[in-house]
Design a protein around this ligand. Sequence first.
Ligand code: 4AD
Ligand code: MG
Length: 430
Amino acid sequence: MTNVIISNIGEYEGQEVTLRGWVYNKRSSGKIQFILIRDGTGIIQGVVFKGDVTPETFALADSLTQESSIVATGKVREDKRAPGGYELSIGDLQLVHRALDYPIAPKEHGVDFLMSHRHLWLRSSQQHAILRVRAEIINACRDYLDERGFTLIDAPILTPAACEGTTTLFETDYFGDKAYLSQSGQLYMEAAAMAFGRVYCFGPTFRAEKSKTRRHLMEFWMIEPEMAFADLDEDMRVQEEFVSYVVQRVLSKRQQELEMLQRDTTRLKKVEPPFPRISYDEAIAILRKNGVEIEWGGDFGAPDETILAEQFEKPVFVHRYPTQSKAFYMKPDPERPEVALCADLLAPEGYGEIIGGGQRMDDLEMLEKKIVEHNLPKEAYEWYLDLRRYGSVPHAGFGMGIERTVAWICGLDHVRETIPFARMLYRIYP
Ligand code: 4AD
Ligand code: MG
């Protein structure tokens, strides 16, 4: 018998096939058992008629528990009312494993309970849809960059120095020395850009952020392109094309998943270049006009970002933040050194910052001064300074957080469901 998968079942209409999967749900009405079968690619209704099968098979169907694993053989029948458009008339049924009393019943559970059962919660339709969108986003990011001459260069996870400030480092012992889990692959991408021109890395990054918000994870995934001979303007141009490509790709290939998540896609459809650009100064003015008391000089909080994003239909760039509030590697604007040549991209609908990036400091002496100002140990950055000793060029890049991007595209109000196993302030299990 042909083993088939549910997503392809339509190709076998009228034929006998075998499906291998799990019991998603079940109901019966005397002489008929309806078994919802899921196999990871989809869900289909299997129908067992008492008159069509042996008494043993019917008894087995009757005794199946939720999440029991089974092998079902039967004829594929078109049924317009069925969710995927097809049904399986089951003729034979094998039990692979009878599931014990499954803890996630089809009823409301609290988020805490579900997060503690994340290893099982992944099997639910909503979670399944979110993680498929996540996979599509990652694929789209890679395709966009691969097709435009960027080379994938993997950055290390264990590092000798900080990239994004020393207050959020996860420290570990490295044979008697200190090492830190990477906060960002950027510094290594700068080295790679001087070797390959246009590069990117994609991997997990770590921040010991003592903040319990709906946007922060301790471990998150970031895609970080870096470009030699590029300035802030070029950086923003690549970002708006990149983000638009990713959004349009998900809209065209993951429509079913977005429907399952009941995502209103009206706003997403409008995500096309160019994106509006405002300076930090303009952003401050907008916030003050909206009644926010804010001093020039600091970073924006989540509520500020929401107000700013609400002024625009599309994602919006906020560029030229005060140099004092930003990382050591940012290049000050030569015309106005108190602001840096950087930009954050804020997503619409209150999803906040999804990208941080900008032009890097390419001058050796200025960078050395910055490292001292930020109290960073210079020895650990000698290799990074070398990039300014041997053929330094203007260069720029950015980092897009995958989880915040998934939250935005899926319309989720918390990042915890956007990653298979979330690492949060008070949770590392499972
Ligand atoms: O703005 P960030 O800190 O920028 C950097 O790390 C740069 N080195 C990137 C670069 O230029 N190559 O982080 C970039 C993005 C944020 O916009 C956000 O989407 C995500 O990473 N991010 C987080 N996502 C989840 N949890 C956290 N704790 C995050 N911190 C940053
Ligand atoms: Mg940032």
